[in-house]
Design a protein around this ligand. Structure first.
Ligand code: FMN
Length: 163
C-alpha cells in the first residue's frame, strides 16, 4: 500500500520542478473529430526498437479521453519562441488551435504545430494507471526534426538555453 501522507504534495511539486525539461504539445482529435491538444512536459523517450515514447496526463485532463485504443496523436516539441503556444494549450478553451498555424500529419490524421523543432506522430499503444496521473505510451509511426533552439521549463517558468 502506498502511503500518501508522508510527502507534502506542494513540496513534491516544487522538487519535481527542479528537473528542467523541454515543452511539448500533444495534439489529437476529440471524439467528434475536432482538433485539440494539451501542453505536456512529462514527455520521455521509452524504447528504440520498437519505437516508443511516453508521457503522463492528470486523471482530470480532458485530453485523456481521446488518447486510447490505437487512436493517433502527435507530440510537437516546442521551439524557444513558442511560449504563447505552450500557454494556450495549457488552458481549457473550446478552440485550442485558434490562431496557431498547423498542418496535417504525414502518417496521422491529426493537426501538427508549425515551427516545432521535432514531431513524433504516434499511435496509442498502452495506458497505465499512475496514482493521480495516467502513463500513456505511443508507438512512433513517423518523425521529423528541424533546426532551432528548444523551449525549456524550470521551476514553473519557461526558459531558454544560454548563448
Ligand atoms: C509547461 C507545462 C507542462 C505541463 N505538463 C503537463 C503534463 O505533463 N501532464 C499533465 O497532465 N498536464 C500538464 N500540464 C497542464 C496541462 O497542459 C493543462 O492542465 C491543460 O489545461 C489540460 O488540458 P485538457 O484538460 O484540455 O486536457 C502542463 C502545463 C504546462 C504549462
Amino acid at each position: 500500500m502506498l502511503d500518501a501522507g508522508l510527502i507534502d504534495p506542494r513540496a513534491l511539486r516544487n522538487a519535481f520542478g527542479r528537473f528542467a525539461t523541454g515543452v511539448t504539445v500533444v495534439t489529437m482529435r476529440d471524439d467528434e473529430g475536432r482538433p485539440t491538444g494539451v501542453t505536456v512536459n512529462s514527455f520521455s523517450s521509452l524504447s528504440l526498437e520498437p519505437p516508443l515514447l511516453l508521457f503522463s496526463l492528470g486523471n482530470a485532463q480532458v485530453s485523456r479521453r481521446w488518447l486510447k485504443d490505437g487512436r493517433h496523436f502527435a507530440v510537437n516539441v516546442l521551439a524557444a519562441d513558442q511560449e504563447q503556444v505552450a500557454w494556450q494549450f495549457a488552458k481549457p478553451r473550446d478552440d485550442k488551435f485558434e490562431g496557431v498555424p498547423s498542418f496535417p500529419g504525414e502518417r496521422c490524421d491529426v493537426p501538427c504545430i508549425d515551427g516545432a523543432i521535432a514531431r513524433f506522430e504516434c499511435r496509442h499503444h498502452a495506458s497505465y494507471p499512475g496514482g493521480d496521473h495516467e502513463i500513456i505510451v505511443g508507438e512512433v509511426l513517423h518523425l521529423e526534426t528541424a533546426g532551432g533552439d528548444p523551449m525549456l521549463f524550470y521551476s514553473g517558468k519557461m526558459a531558454r538555453l544560454a548563448e
